[in-house]
Design a protein around this ligand. Structure first.
Ligand code: SAH
Length: 250
């Protein structure tokens, strides 16, 4: 048995299930945090499925080694291309319509746009690296896309894969009940989100902005948009400049 079937989707037609395969030396880490809350409900309701495959099962020596020393010397160990190739080929064929992704700090930085794009597809196969990373040759030989979750180094690709999956699963059709709440979030339309307020009306002497109590939906919409623009301009000049450019082109 090389794969660990974590959930099956008996309640939904297989055609609409967003199918995830994970390649990892720690299959028990999945679904991990994704089993809780929104993504967990979506998993048990059959909107998506996850299958974690243990890369170690594809090692041929008696110690089940998946890694070896780097050619040319240097610190740490590298995951072997031959072991990875066997693991990949066991779950992901050439004709698979899903992207094959390796989580790595050297990849394209994950964006909301890429998450939408992935969520609109059939699913994903994700390779989680460990040690110093994976042998470079497997990347071109299996046409692997490299994705980073940010400019910092984790000890393994598993938490990065969970971040990527969380971002995608909440965008699958019908997973979030109110589509409007997705549309107004940060990074949609290159804007950060406006500030939120709830009960109590007075918190440690701080009042809720008057306009939000007015009941005037036009004014509220205008105020929120102004706030979103101000916050984006102050905090993220990169987003703001891109927004100005796209608005001009529209
Ligand atoms: N030596 C590598 C880092 C290895 S970290 C380098 O300098 O680029 C070990 C594994 O953790 C990586 O193979 C990758 O799968 C994962 N990882 C670490 N940081 C990550 C990040 N920011 N985004 C995605 N995956 C990451």
């Amino acid at each position: 048995m090389v794969t660990k079937k974590l959930h099956n989707n008996k309640d939904r037609k297989s055609a609409s299930v967003w199918k995830v395969d994970i390649l990892t030396i720690y299959p028990d880490m999945f679904p991990g945090i994704l089993e809780k809350s929104l993504s967990g409900r979506a998993l048990s309701d059959g909107y998506w499925s996850i299958n974690a495959t243990d890369i170690r099962q594809f090692a041929l020596d008696k110690h089940r080694s998946v890694d070896s020393q780097p050619y040319g010397g240097g610190p740490g160990m590298i995951m072997r291309a031959d072991v990875l190739a066997r693991a990949i080929d066991s779950v992901h064929s050439d004709s698979d319509t899903r992207p094959l992704v390796y989580m790595t700090p050297r990849g394209q930085k994950l964006t909301q746009k890429r998450a939408h794009n992935l969520a609109n597809g059939d699913g994903i196969t994700i390779i989680c690296g460990r040690f110093e990373g994976i042998d470079e040759r497997i990347i071109s030989s299996r046409n692997i896309e490299e994705i980073s979750i940010g400019d910092y180094i984790l000890s393994g690709g598993e938490p990065a894969a969970q971040v990527l999956l969380d971002a995608c699963v909440r965008l699958l059709p019908n997973v979030v009940g109110k589509v409007e709440s997705l549309k107004e979030e940060s990074f949609e339309n290159d804007l950060l989100e406006y500030p939120h307020f709830t009960k109590p009306r007075n918190f440690e002497g701080k009042e809720v902005p008057e306009v939000l109590l007015s009941g005037n939906h036009e004014h509220i919409k205008y105020w929120r948009n102004q706030q979103a623009e101000n916050i984006t301009r102050e905090r993220r000049t990169d987003l703001w400049e891109r927004k100005i450019l796209t608005d001009r082109c529209d």
